[in-house]
Write a protein that binds this ligand. Structure first.
Ligand SMILES: CNc1ncnc2c1ncn2[C@@H]1O[C@H](COP(=O)(O)O)[C@@H](O)[C@H]1O
Ligand SMILES: [Zn+2]
Length: 354
């Protein structure tokens, strides 16, 4: 078991569904909470218990995100959590990371969606334990040390389901503006029982119009009308897809839309009664495109290596199948062909090494 866990850690991997604020280290959250506790903004002991709790329902997750957003609210902290998230993924041999985050306005902190994203970019630039390539020209200039590991990072801007159409449009405009700074697509996320499809649709269509690929949190709760409407716009990828009915699965399968699989997230938020019944099994056996992801590695105390281990141990995958599963995700990344070629080479190099 330990040998397999270590093998999963060493294996090169691709992460396509990771939320920045869901990926914050517990130690960082506690440190931030302590500072705010001393200032009297929060009661540290209460917050500490919430942060350290194991297992959380879906509504609890969204309450927690509100807390996280209070803790990680200024530019400096946004840069810090970005830097730490990249370092954590790189440390477990993630070679390509598509990190998603919701650009936020926060007047009290002088923060706009644009300045929030600038703080994220600053965080990418601050990473020093690994070489980070996040814009096309990095392929040539940023590889400073042959000894250092290398990670490709691209960004997705998330629309939160609480947002208005105007706010969602603002996010898409920002994504278009930041295409040269590593932004490669748009995500729709947030509490699945909040908001209406017709509110987000104009922004998603606008993104399509601007050539930005889209991934949608789809079917986290049973909502057949919304699921149908989501499939109607032909998104480039789907996240979760827990509550799809047969007819909807047929549509997903015939259009071969890749599904981002987040096992621990689905289990902890009780989207299914047992991991044995997870739709990964059916999709994998049907050779449907799937990619194993963490969703919120901090919130759910997991890692991408752990998610691969969970898949292998639950569904009986052999090492060769795991490598193929990890490698197949190259085809579903939103970055351009040049980056895909580079990741392929990284996979080959690391396979030769072990
Ligand atoms: C558990 N399943 C989930 N379902 C839906 N949305 C989720 C999510 N996990 C995270 N988020 C979305 O990501 C935000 C946190 O990261 P950022 O502030 O954007 O970096 C949450 O507020 C929520 O909107
Ligand atoms: Zn998610």
């Amino acid at each position: 078991m330990e040998e397999m866990k270590e093998w999963c850690r060493l294996m090169p991997k691709i992460e396509l569904h990771a939320h920045l604020n869901g990926s914050i280290r517990d130690s960082t959250l506690l440190e931030l909470a302590k500072v705010l506790g001393e200032k009297g903004v929060i009661v540290f002991d209460d917050v500490k218990d919430v942060i350290m709790k194991c297992g959380r329902s879906l509504p609890e997750c969204f309450q927690l995100f509100d807390l996280y957003h209070i803790l990680a609210t200024d530019h400096e902290t946004v840069s810090r959590i970005t830097k730490e998230t990249i370092e954590d993924f790189a440390a477990e041999n993630v070679v390509y990371l598509e990190l998603r985050t919701t650009p936020k306005n926060n007047q009290a902190k002088g923060m706009t969606k644009r300045s929030y994203m600038k703080a994220v970019i600053d965080g990418l630039r601050d990473v020093d334990t690994v070489d980070v390539s996040f814009i096309s020209s990095d392929i040539l200039i940023n590889h400073t040390s042959e000894k250092k590991k290398r990670i490709f990072v691209r960004l997705l801007l998330s629309i939160d389901r609480r947002e208005t159409t105007e706010a969602a449009m603002e996010t898409v405009d920002l994504a278009v503006e930041m295409k040269d700074l590593g932004v490669v697509g748009i995500d729709l996320s947030g509490n699945p029982i909040v908001g209406e499809w017709k509110t987000f649709l104009p922004a998603l269509m606008y993104a399509k119009d601007k050539g930005l690929p889209i991934t949608l949190h789809c079917g986290e709760v049973p909502n057949p009308e919304e699921i149908q409407a989501m499939l109607d716009i032909c998104p480039e990828r789907l996240g979760h897809a827990c509550f799809l009915q047969d007819e909807e699965w047929q549509r997903v399968k015939s259009s071969r839309i890749p599904v981002e699989i987040c096992l621990t997230s689905n289990l902890q938020t009780e989207r299914l009664t047992s991991i044995d019944y997870h739709h990964f099994d059916d999709l994998y056996k049907a050779k449907h495109p799937v990619v194993i992801c963490t969703d919120d590695r901090g919130l759910f105390s997991t890692t991408l290596s752990n998610e691969y281990y969970l898949a292998a141990s639950t569904f009986g995958l052999a090492k060769g199948q795991m490598i193929e599963l990890a490698r197949s995700a190259i085809d579903f990344v939103f970055a351009d062909d040049g980056v895909k070629k580079n990741i392929r080479e990284l996979f080959e190099a690391s396979e030769r090494a072990y």
